[in-house]
Design a binder for this molecule. Structure first.
Ligand SMILES: Nc1ncnc2c1ncn2[C@@H]1O[C@H](COP(=O)(O)OP(=O)(O)O)[C@@H](O)[C@H]1O
Ligand SMILES: [Mg+2]
Length: 285
């Protein structure tokens, strides 16, 4: 049996890798109630002390999944504005909705979040909804992103939604998701990827279009869900009258830092802002 040449570049001592690893720090999520749900454990002498990070771990690729109208795009937009407000550049790839419509949504969110107009100068929209080749040819998308990166000195990437990049070719989804993930790591970006859940999927699971592919690849998965109150038992637990909509939020996993794993109530305010509320089972649960 013939052996191929070894790849020496792939070898690294753990002690060396840990010296080169980025420091764990939080990036504000832009969603009230969410920053505190990611935490870090440090050792003070022998004693482990856990504190909020707070926010998403920087350099993480975050997967946000849910069926339609659960607030994925709101989360993507609020995240975008929270970075732009601090002067950190964001590339927002819009896959389904043309850029000028996205800008209207962003503008509404900006006003609701009371963020200065100047923040919008740090957001670069990439319109993959209007340009087929960006959706159908990943190399075209990546080279366009490289140009975009330079324009706003981007430290963040938002893709809304990933599903639109592998529609009708789910076999290719794994390779595409891996390549995009590797791209964010190579360019040192913190990223948000939204993805569609099918109505047949269990509401609060991490399964998205294409199965568990996206969740397996990404560093963290957030699940957004909604349910109609249809029984007196539900009305009692969820504290809403029969016939009303209740929204839920859950962090399914995060490999870069600790996180709250409870299911939380979530709301969309009349101004159109996503807010994460208390855990469904109460604070002690
Ligand atoms: N400006 C707004 N004011 C009030 N509610 C809004 C506003 N924008 C969106 N919403 C509500 O938020 C819901 C979720 O929106 P969206 O984030 O677009 O969902 P998704 O991306 O998951 O499909 C909408 O169905 C709507 O009820
Ligand atoms: Mg959406």
């Amino acid at each position: 049996m013939a052996f191929a040449k070894p790849n020496f570049e792939a070898l690294k001592l753990a002690s060396e890798a840990v010296r080169e690893a980025p420091k764990l720090e939080g990036v504000p999520t832009g969603v009230p109630g969410l920053d505190e749900l990611f935490f870090i454990t440090e050792f003070k002498g022998d004693k482990p002390v856990t504190r909020p990070l707070p926010g998403f771990p920087r350099y993480a690729a975050i997967h946000v999944t849910g069926v339609s109208d659960t607030g994925k795009s709101l989360l993507a937009e609020q995240f975008t504005l929270a970075q732009a407000e601090r002067g950190e550049g964001v590339i927002f790839v819009t896959v389904e909705v043309p850029a000028n419509f996205v800008s209207v949504g962003l503008e509404q969110r900006r006003q609701a979040m009371r963020i200065d107009k100047k923040a919008m100068d740090h957001v670069l929209l990439v319109d993959a909804a209007s340009h087929d080749e960006l959706r159908e040819d990943l190399p075209s998308l990546l080279s366009t992103l490289d140009v975009a990166l330079g324009k706003v000195e981007a430290r963040h990437l938002v893709v809304d939604s990933l599903t639109g990049l592998y529609e009708a070719k789910e076999i290719a989804a794994r390779a595409l998701v891996r390549k995009l993930y590797a791209y964010t790591k190579d360019r040192g970006l913190t990223a948000i990827f939204t993805s569609q859940k099918r109505s047949g999927h269990e509401e609060l699971s991490a399964e998205a279009a294409g199965g568990y592919v996206v969740s397996h690849v990404m560093d963290a998965t957030l699940v957004l869900a909604k349910k109609l109150v249809m029984s007196t038992a539900q009305a009692k637990i969820w504290k809403k009258p029969i016939g009303e909509l209740v929204r839920f939020f859950r962090i399914d996993g995060s490999r870069m830092c600790g996180h709250d794993s409870r299911t939380h109530f979530m709301e969309i305010t009349p101004e159109g802002l996503l807010v994460v509320g208390p855990p469904v089972g109460g604070e002690e649960a």
